[in-house]
Unconditional design. Structure first.
Lengths: 755, 313
């Protein structure tokens, strides 16, 4: 039987560039899945896209789906006639199709149901129609009087089965579009129908008709020509894979043209030139490697012309000049506003809503400034600079350039703040404070930048937590997961000690108080109490603890405050503060788990560290988790866990049985064996190392000292029976096990380690 | 004048050539709508006629006003008053792209020398409750037209679908005539006894309107007019379909729609005066949309909108 190839092309009006690659993949998947499901297997398949077509070639398909035989068990041979008739009706068979067989259960009737194979053309027609009707375009449309939906009007379907005997059109019709064996070449350079006999014939004729079928071939050709033309002038093309893919989706016959940027515009920041050219015109930027300046552009046309592109290039150049004239106008206006102190912009932020429950951008800036100032000492930044940087960091949002090109936010801020004559560290913070954005983005390290970046993210997290807008499932409209990861990376990368609970308590409290103050209808007694509670939060206690402390002080006459009113509403605010703060910390711990898991640290290791005190110090937490993970990778570490668990199990059982806690008093004088004595000595030695190391947060020293206990613990368990008949000896040994537990648990909660 | 083998010499020649071209393709050449609108789409020949099943083919010039775009006539290509050329064909013909390319040829854009591209651009009008899919058409990197297949207008699915073409006439003409500043563009033939530039015709009005739009327009009066237009639109649509005087069924979709257009333009003026805050903005847009939707609902209750006595029975 001849093995046919299948060629499909869906020819339409221009498909959006961003959808083409995905659509080619979907076409391949939907058609091949459909064929295989219908029993039509094939050797290989490949899909392609151009602005006007999706193409699928399938090689070595079966000419027909195989015939299948299914056996079905019927009633007993001596069953009543009605039962047998019923079976025959159900299976659509006649009595002759039945076969009587002896089975252990007696004579039973069996039927063989044969499903004849179907020719490939029939299956292809069915599958392709289904595919077209249910195609997963991100957005599709109707046209004319029809009801069919496609990304843009679908004009023709090419669908042929090719064997050695020739090509045959698969007979099919989708809403009046009949499949055929013709396509079209380039819209302008080679209009007219092309008849196609095979995939090779198709690509060859398309090439002749000025269509490069393969998008990656078009991209390669563009990049090759672009870099060559730039190189010939001693220049280089700025790489941009996204732009290259998009441009390859806008042309069927790429022609690369390089033009000059007018001298008037060379003074613009290179990022402005690049963004304007890319966003508006889809031009590549061409850089002079000696100066770093963007001096030329590359545009990709969709055709050759008699004047070698001169008209096209001149037109593009003119459009670019108009665009850059706008950019230059924005830049110069913005510089004037910046040099005048940015007051216009800072005022404008008062009219821009940040979130309707969290105030304006100006409110946000005020909070950031206060917070950045508070964080400054911990990150080694000058508090005045940190505050100043926070006050200016969002100013560029009101600039004309950022209005036009939102993606330049931060960067323009840096340029404009520098132009004001501010310190470079203050200017840099405007650009850096959004960072890190992605998980692999660089983390800011300059102290002022770190202070503002942390302030921005912590304010965001506490604010959205306070108003119950936390991420759920796949929904994270305010990018709070990213903000949390940013906080983790900023703290860990810069080795910062920051007690997040204190900051969270204070800020969530403030965020909750903010609507109370604007409402202005709470009693003075409540407000006085809440203000006093807020004062106490700085010491690191919870809001509930702070309130209790305060009320006790008042009761004992240790406070001058009088007429405090601890009503239901204030009580609810205090409790909410603690709940939300704890919930936010748990969220950060979750994000930390994801972050560390990506670095190969197991979740149970992180849990063992989160269970330890001071878990709101993320840097400490990360260090502890890394050290523990490293330790557990060693032979000693891994086995120590077994020893620890054995000790802990015996101890826990004994404590439960005896109803006492063995926690103190192990004495070497009751030791009976050398192994026991050796363990005493080893524990003393380990403790002497671990305690100071833990104080210095030197987890690796502490943990390797802990892992060093593995041998003496193993030796102890091999040689010694803990449950001795001698009660004194037994108690002493249990107390000894308790020392193992205490020493290990001081390092991390090893009970949470799995395995 | 309409010899398309030569390059056009003036702004008006480009308009005349487009008129001749689309007339030759069977479009009814309509005149501009006699009200202030923000874009050619607002003309009832587009908004209302894109609804219902009746076939339609129309082309027209529509003066359009965007008060916020005023620059006192100084910006080379920004104007508060400009012209759009609008084509609407229902159902959209299968060769609409070719027809469109033919119109570029007619105004002197030679497709063999230029790079013409259809670049994705989805269209949405929040005030019209309308959306469609299509492209902006680029000629050598410059946007010269919008090309849209209407999917929904006034909240109604378009069936059949209309194909809409919009040419920004000043920008297109500046390109074809190779002029850098709109005010320098020849309006009539430069060889005429009295040659006039675009600036001769419009420089002064751009200044006058920019001043009025930005600084003088009485916002209290405008706010009141907005409310009145809104109320009148609703009142018109509240009338019974059967006219008590003539005994005929007369659904007043067009008079009501005039009030919606009026409200929309007043909103644009208020916006230019800077008296509408960000939050209010959405509310105003929603109010205009509610009006255009109600007008669309009324239009499909008219014969032109596809209503028949049989359909009711």
């Amino acid at each position: 039987m001849p093995v046919p190839d299948l060629l499909i092309e869906l020819f339409s009006e221009e498909i959006p560039a961003r959808m083409q690659t995905r659509a080619a993949g979907d076409l391949k998947k939907l058609v091949t899945d459909g064929l295989v499901e219908a029993g039509l297997t094939y050797a290989s398949a490949a899909a392609f896209s151009t602005p006007r077509r999706l193409t699928l070639t399938i090689e070595g398909a079966l000419a027909a789906s195989p015939t299948t035989v299914e056996e079905r068990k019927g009633p007993k041979a001596d069953a009543p006639e009605k039962a047998i008739e019923g079976f025959l009706r159900g299976a659509r068979l006649t009595r002759d199709d039945l076969e009587e067989r002896d089975t252990p259960k007696g004579k039973i009737l069996f039927a063989k149901i044969t499903k004849p194979g179907r020719p490939a053309a029939e299956i292809v027609a069915e599958v392709l129609e289904q595919t077209i009707r249910n195609f997963p375009w991100p957005k599709s449309m109707r046209w004319g009087s029809g009801t069919l939906k496609w990304v843009r009007p679908l004009h023709s379907i090419l669908c042929i089965l090719v064997t050695e005997e020739g090509a045959e059109v698969v007979p099919m019709d989708v809403d009046g579009i009949k499949a055929g064996n013709t396509t079209q070449g380039h819209r302008f350079m080679s209009p007219g129908a092309i008849t196609v006999r095979s995939f090779d014939d198709y690509t060859t004729k398309l090439q002749r008709a000025h269509v490069v079928l393969d998008a990656s071939e078009r991209a390669d050709a563009i990049w090759h020509d672009a870099t060559n033309q730039a190189f010939a002038q001693g220049l280089e093309v700025v790489e941009d894979a996204g732009l290259l893919a998009e441009v390859a989706g806008l042309v069927e016959w790429p022609v690369v043209l390089m033009g000059k940027i007018d001298d008037d515009f060379l003074g613009l920041p290179p990022e402005v030139l690049q963004t304007s050219m890319k966003e508006h015109q889809k031009f590549f930027s061409v850089r002079n490697p000696k100066t770093g300046r963007i001096e030329r552009f590359i545009t990709v046309a969709n055709r050759e012309t008699a004047d070698n592109g001169a008209t096209i290039l001149a037109g593009n150049q003119k459009v670019l000049s108009a665009r850059l004239a706008d950019a230059k106008f924005f830049w110069e206006n913005d510089l004037r506003t910046a040099r005048a102190g940015m007051t216009d912009w800072l005022d404008a932020l008062k009219n821009v809503t940040f979130h309707n429950k969290l105030g304006t951008q100006a409110d946000l800036v005020d909070r950031m400034a206060t917070l950045a100032r508070e964080i400054a000492p911990a990150v080694g930044a000058d508090p005045d600079q940190a505050e100043r940087a926070a006050r200016l960091a969002k100013a560029d949002l009101a600039s004309e350039m950022v209005y036009e090109f939102p993606e330049l936010q931060g960067l323009m801020g840096r340029y404009y703040i520098e132009a004001m004559g501010e310190d470079k560290a203050v200017a840099a913070a405007a650009q850096d404070h959004y960072a890190p954005l992605g998980p692999s983005d660089d983390v800011p390290t300059a102290p002022v930048s770190v202070a503002v970046a942390l302030a921005e993210k912590i304010d965001k997290l506490t604010g959205f937590w306070a108003i119950d807008e936390k991420p759920t499932g796949s929904k994270d409209p305010f990018a709070l997961r990213r903000a949390a990861l940013g906080v983790i990376r900023l703290i860990s990368h810069n080795d910062l000690t920051e007690s997040l609970s204190i900051v969270f308590n204070q800020l969530i409290f403030d965020h909750l108080m903010s609507p109370v103050y604007s409402a202005g209808n709470w009693g003075e007694g409540s407000l006085a109490l809440l203000e006093a509670v807020r004062e106490k939060l700085g010491s690191g206690i919870s809001a509930v603890q702070a309130t209790q402390e305060l009320l006790e002080e008042v009761a004992n006459g240790k406070s001058d405050l009088i007429n405090l009113d601890y009503d239901d509403e204030s009580q609810s605010l205090v409790t909410k503060t603690d709940e939300k703060s704890a919930d936010l910390l748990a969220f950060l711990h979750d994000r930390l788990k994801v972050y560390l898991r990506d670095q190969g640290i197991r979740h149970d290791i992180i849990d063992a560290c989160i269970a330890m005190p001071n878990n709101d110090d993320l840097n400490l937490l990360v260090k502890r988790a890394r050290a523990l993970s490293d330790t557990l990778k060693t032979d000693d570490g891994e086995n120590l866990i077994q020893g620890f668990k054995r000790a802990n199990n015996i101890l826990t059982q004994a404590e439960e049985a005896d109803g006492v806690e063995y926690s103190y008093g192990a004495d070497p004088k009751f030791a009976e064996t050398d192994e026991e004595r050796a363990l005493f000595a080893a524990l003393d030695a380990a403790e002497a190392q671990i305690t100071p190391a833990m104080q210095a947060q030197d987890f690796s020293t502490a943990m390797s000292a802990m892992a060093g206990l593995r041998a003496p613990i193993d030796a102890f368990f091999t040689a010694v029976q803990v449950n001795s008949d001698n009660a004194t000896v037994r108690r002493n040994r249990l107390n000894l096990l308790s020392r193992i537990r205490q020493i290990c648990l001081a390092v991390a909660d090893l009970t949470r380690i799995e395995g | 004048m309409s010899d398309t083998s030569t390059a056009p010499r003036s702004f008006q020649e480009i308009i005349l050539r487009l008129q001749t071209y689309w007339a030759s393709k069977g479009c009814a050449i309509l005149q501009p709508y006699d009200m202030e609108v923000g874009a050619g789409t607002f003309h009832p020949a587009t908004t209302l006629r894109s609804l219902g099943a009746q076939p339609w083919a129309a082309a027209y010039v529509q003066p359009s006003r965007r008060p916020t775009d005023g620059r006192y006539g100084e910006n080379p290509n920004r104007l508060q008053h400009y012209y759009q050329y609008q084509v609407l064909i229902k159902p959209s013909p299968p060769d609409l792209q070719e027809l469109y390319l033919g119109s570029l040829q007619a105004i002197g854009i030679d497709a063999s020398l230029h790079d013409i591209r259809f670049v994705e651009d989805d269209w949405e009008s929040p005030t019209l409750g309308a959306w469609g899919l299509g492209w902006e058409v680029w000629c050598d990197g410059m946007e010269v037209s919008q090309f849209t297949y209407f999917q929904q207008v006034g909240g109604h699915d378009c069936s059949p679908v209309s194909g809409e073409l919009t040419y920004g006439l000043e920008r297109l003409a500046m390109y074809v005539l190779a002029v850098d500043h709109v005010m320098d563009m020849p309006f009539n033939d430069p060889q005429s006894p009295i040659p006039l530039t675009y600036g001769d015709v419009f420089k002064q009005t751009e200044e006058e309107y920019a001043r009025w739009n930005f600084d003088v327009a009485n916002t209290e009066v405008l706010l009141r007019h907005f409310e009145e237009a809104e109320a009148e639109c609703k009142a018109i649509l509240d009338q019974a379909h059967d006219d008590p005087k003539t005994g005929k069924r007369i659904v007043m979709a067009h008079p009501a729609y005039d009030q919606a257009i009026k409200a929309s333009h007043i909103f644009n003026l208020l916006d230019a005066r800077g008296v509408i805050s960000v939050t209010e903005r959405q509310a105003y847009i929603g109010r205009v949309r509610a009006l255009t939707k109600a007008c669309a609902d009324a239009f499909v209750q008219t014969r032109a909108g596809g209503w028949t006595p049989e359909a009711v029975a």
